[in-house]
Design a protein. Structure first.
Length: 175
């Protein structure tokens, strides 16, 4: 690879790595796996950098590569394992405490992990990465109608899971 291409890739990777890692974490729920997914996606992008750097939306291309990498990883037989259901009990915190925000964030994340991969991917791309319906459809390589229906179903399922998990965690609204 030419030095100019390496420099442009390095700048792209440095700028996008934190965002890709966070998105990967929201997909998979494990920071270590998220780091691996981000690195694998960046390696795939690097291999075809001379072709892809001319794309109109390189960030969306990177998200697509990351999403495909995560879905491929989920299909590997050694990744199919049971999730532990054991939870440590939380101690209620005052409403003004920053711990409440951490609790709500963890609650939503646990709920996200219970959704099917397609719905989870749509919700992460739409509401955490703040993509439009059209951008999400391009990243996922599906129709805009699919994104809309998966968003609606995913939000309904997320509400149900949060409602189920919230009483076990001490209630959604703490006082």
């Amino acid at each position: 690879m030419r030095t100019a291409d390496e420099d442009s890739f390095r700048a792209f990777a440095t700028g996008q790595a934190p965002t890709l890692r966070r998105t990967a974490f929201l997909f998979c729920g494990d920071w270590h796996l998220a780091e691996d997914l981000m690195q694998a996606a960046l390696v795939k992008i690097y291999r075809s950098w001379s072709r892809v750097q001319k794309r109109e939306s390189l960030t969306n291309y990177a998200r697509t590569v990351l999403l495909r990498t995560w879905l491929d990883e989920r299909r590997r037989p050694f990744r199919r394992s049971e999730l532990s259901g054991a939870e440590l009990p939380d101690v209620p915190e005052p409403a003004g405490d920053p711990a409440v925000r951490v609790w709500a964030k963890e609650l939503v994340h646990r709920a996200l992990l219970e959704l099917p991969p397609g719905q989870r991917a749509v919700l992460v791309l739409r509401y955490f990465d703040d993509l439009s319906v059209a951008e999400t459809a391009r990243v996922m390589r599906c129709a805009e109608g699919t994104v809309k229906s998966q968003s609606a179903r995913g939000l309904d399922a997320l509400r149900a899971v949060v409602a189920r998990l919230a009483p076990a965690s001490g209630g959604l609204h703490r006082e």
